[in-house]
Write a protein that binds this ligand. Structure first.
Ligand code: HH2
Length: 321
């Protein structure tokens, strides 16, 4: 590694101050920095930044609740996201914003199944089958029904800790799975948030989630990891995770980052989610530069431009003059 002298000295000083539990995470991180790039079935991870377009079919999601609850509108939006460059469509029927109340199984199924059915038809008509469909749920039964309707990815914001039946469903359907870090439950996760050291704690949680997935028979090659921006974290925790995202490379799996429109991006207290576009672009750029492979976004058109520039700079080392 070719670090300038003062950065090396600062790194050594920081290591001396670090609690012993950090040592193994640091070793893992250094090992991960030289690890072979992770790959995924269906998606050209590593070759370009993959965009996951958000399709919330909820009445109460924090930035787009109520806009796509009708099936026709949802499908129209999905096709637009696909045309704009989304390679994954993430369909969600339960808001997980801070303070959100849990939604019952019947209610969630009632929201997502008609949309998944309609998407199967409409996306099937696109050249190459269009984007793959992801289901954003913590419920194994929702995941199972979605998989039967063609969803190839299960996005579980609890890292498969919420429903004990989830790992078996993921394994049985050979689904790709996003394991996300969360502290607590959405309703109360922003109360009393404390970490000794957020980055290694998130990395350790994800390492545990990967091990549980493996024990349930989920192939390691099907797993994506996600630090869970905004899920039981204060602004400083989110910023630290963005700053040190590359540490998660040590897990050896593709990294998904979902910073889009989240409140830690805001400049002023009363700023509405729509006003977070510029800071959102900055956060996305930092995430890609920090090693994110998949970016979960509401605004795909803008994100694609950002992604292509980032890719042109970061993924063509042979272009170095
Ligand atoms: N963020 C949200 C929902 N699902 N999944 C992953 N893997 N990573 C994320 O960061 C993530 C996620 C929250 O955003 P949104 O879906 O727009 O809001 P709501 O939960 O209110 O529907």
């Amino acid at each position: 590694m070719d670090l300038p002298r003062d950065r090396t000295a600062a790194f050594i000083a920081a290591l001396r101050r670090a609690p012993p539990s950090l040592a193994s995470e640091i070793v893992n991180a250094l090992a991960g920095a030289t690890a072979r790039a992770a790959t995924l079935p269906y998606l050209p991870v590593g070759r370009r930044t993959i965009l996951m377009g958000v399709l919330n079919v909820t009445p109460d999601s924090f930035s787009d609740g109520g806009r796509f609850t009708d099936v026709k509108t949802a499908v129209r939006h999905a096709l637009r996201l696909a045309e704009e460059g989304a390679e994954i469509l993430d369909v969600g029927g339960e808001s997980t914003r801070p303070g959100a109340l849990p939604v019952g199984l019947r209610e969630e199924l009632g929201r997502v199944l008609p949309v998944l059915e309609a998407l199967r038809e409409s996306l099937g008509r696109l050249p190459g089958g269009g984007p793959i469909v992801s289901i954003d749920t913590t419920k194994a039964e929702v995941a199972r029904r979605a998989a039967l309707l063609g969803a190839r990815m299960i996005n579980d914001i609890s890292g498969m800790t919420r429903d004990p039946a989830m790992p078996a469903i993921v394994a049985e359907h050979r689904s790709l799975v996003v394991l996300q870090h969360i502290r607590g439950r959405p309703r109360t996760m922003q109360q009393e948030v404390r970490y000794r050291s957020v980055v290694p704690e998130v990395a350790a949680f994800l390492r545990g989630a990967l091990a549980r997935a493996r024990r349930a028979g989920v192939p390691r090659e099907h797993v994506i990891v996600d630090p869970g921006f905004g899920f039981g974290k204060r602004r400083s925790h989110n910023l630290a995770l963005l700053r040190h995202l590359g540490v998660l490379r040590s897990l050896g799996r593709p990294i998904l980052a979902g910073t889009s429109r989240k409140s830690f991006l805001r400049a002023g207290r009363d700023e509405p989610p729509e006003a977070r576009r510029e800071s959102g672009i900055a956060a996305m750029t930092l995430a890609v530069a920090g090693g994110a492979d998949i970016i979960r976004v509401h605004d795909v058109r803008e994100a694609l431009r950002v992604a292509r520039l980032c890719d042109a700079v970061l993924r063509r080392p042979s272009d170095t003059p």
